[in-house]
Design a protein around this ligand. Structure first.
Ligand SMILES: [Zn+2]
Ligand SMILES: [Zn+2]
Length: 444
């Protein structure tokens, strides 16, 4: 037994076994899924200049105030990315993708970092996948984005999700600024009844008081003015189309006036997906329109909308659906005894892998019995057995691991590939009946 001298940092994770299977399943599906919606894959660095995040997320947010991993390796302060949107917008602008045909719709996935106090569902390194669409203010795109997030979840098998929807208006004087003022007036009457965090928010990030999780604050906030009742005409018309389009797409989105999202750059439509099995940290993800962001970080005035989903949360939700996730079994394990057979086995496995089969062998010089135990432990469907005698005769033994002694035949080496492919095709899951092409006269 070896001792682990180093331990994983709290709030990070090692994916392995069923978790890794679920992670891979989500990633593979996302790549295919977003392609269907016309989104292109984009990979940005895991760190960017601190200023990019401070500017886009907002100085007064919890993220920028206390949750970013910021360091200064040289003259410039850099930060591990706490979210995905700012970097995609930065890449979109820097590479002139709008002008050079690089596309307007992008999806991404990868690790993100926040200096959180570790607790269930709150990680310091977490994984997200997201999608961003630049250049359109069409409310139909808002509806499509909500529908797309929900459909990705349901195609993965994550149902029992709740969609919450709200609008937080725009920066026109008669819209969010006026709403904020009404909110400030209403709140100032009994601000002392709110929790200490909300009292701080009153001065720095007023809207966040609406989504405080404290039960007392929630009760108080339910009587406050609602943002969707204080919209300018354009935002009101926009939101009406979003809701109509969602209904037409069959999405049951619940209007929730307390949904404001934490980031400053959101405008108009905001949404969130929650899952009943996830408890207190029940949000799977969400998103919204961020029409002001591209301009805020130095680009032309460009409306945009996006969403992000938490991969760890999705993995937890999937666990409640499928219980176990199994790794695909190893198809072939090569057992060889002696130097010559070991070398021959390496070449043979290379050809099997080229033919699309999964194959592995022993590289530790184990005994025959020990190699057999490894094959069993790995769940191999078939074993190839090659010793000096077999190699001398130009033969190999093929053993079906799901059968007893009768599931074992000797084959000319040249017939191996055909016999294996045939047996795997005939019964991928159940008992594969082995047949020797030579014995059936199939050999030329
Ligand atoms: Zn407005
Ligand atoms: Zn509160």
């Amino acid at each position: 037994m070896t001792t682990a001298f180093y331990r994983r940092i709290e709030g990070t994770s090692d994916f392995h076994g069923p978790e890794a299977v679920r992670y891979d399943r989500i990633m593979a599906h996302a790549a295919e899924f977003f392609g269907r919606y016309g989104y292109r894959h984009v990979q940005t660095p895991v760190f960017e200049t601190t200023e990019l995040f401070a500017r886009s997320i907002g100085d007064a947010t919890d993220i920028v105030e206390k949750e970013m991993y910021t360091f200064q390796p040289g003259s410039e302060s850099v930060t591990l990315r706490p979210e995905g949107t700012a970097a995609v917008v930065r890449a979109f602008l820097q590479n002139h993708w709008a002008a050079t045909g690089g596309g307007q719709k992008f999806w991404y996935a990868g690790p993100f970092f926040r200096r959180e106090r570790p607790q269930k569902g709150r990680l310091r390194q977490f994984h997200q996948l997201g999608a961003e669409a630049m250049g359109s203010g069409d409310p139909l795109l808002d509806a499509e984005t909500v529908y797309m997030g929900l459909t990705l979840l349901s195609e993965l098998g994550i149902t029992r999700t709740l969609t919450r929807l709200n609008t937080i208006g725009c920066l026109a004087p008669g819209c969010r600024p006026q709403y904020r003022e009404r909110l400030r007036q209403a709140l100032s009457l009994d601000m002392e009844k709110y929790c200490p965090v909300c009292q701080k928010r009153f001065h720095r990030n007023l809207l966040r008081i609406l989504d405080c999780k404290n039960p007392k604050c929630r009760e108080l906030a339910s009587h406050l003015p609602k943002s969707h009742e204080c919209l300018c005409g354009a935002c009101e018309a926009h939101f009406a189309v979003v809701r109509e389009a969602l209904t037409a797409l069959g999405v049951d989105a619940r209007l929730d006036a307390t949904l404001v999202r934490g980031l400053d750059y959101y405008a108009r439509t905001v949404f969130e997906f929650t899952h009943e099995a996830l408890g207190a940290q029940d949000a799977l993800g969400g998103g919204g329109r961020y029409d002001g962001l591209v301009k805020e970080i130095g680009g032309p005035d460009t409306p945009a909308i996006g969403l992000a989903l938490g991969i760890e949360r999705m993995m937890l939700a999937l666990e409640t659906v499928d219980g176990c996730a199994c790794e695909p079994p190893l198809q072939i394990f090569g057992i060889s005894l002696g130097d010559g057979p070991r070398r021959a086995m390496v070449g043979m496995l290379a050809r099997l892998r080229q033919a699309g089969l999964s194959a592995d062998m022993d590289y530790e010089g184990r005994s025959f019995k020990a190699q057999m135990r490894v094959a069993n432990k790995r769940g191999a469907l078939f074993c190839l057995i090659l010793g000096e005698d077999e190699l001398g005769r130009g033969e190999i033994v093929l053993k079906d691991m799901r059968e007893g002694a009768e599931g074992q035949i000797s084959l000319p080496l040249g017939d191996l590939m055909g016999a294996l492919l045939g047996a795997l095709r005939a019964a991928p899951a159940g008992a594969a009946k082995l047949s020797c092409p030579a014995a059936e006269g199939a050999r030329p």
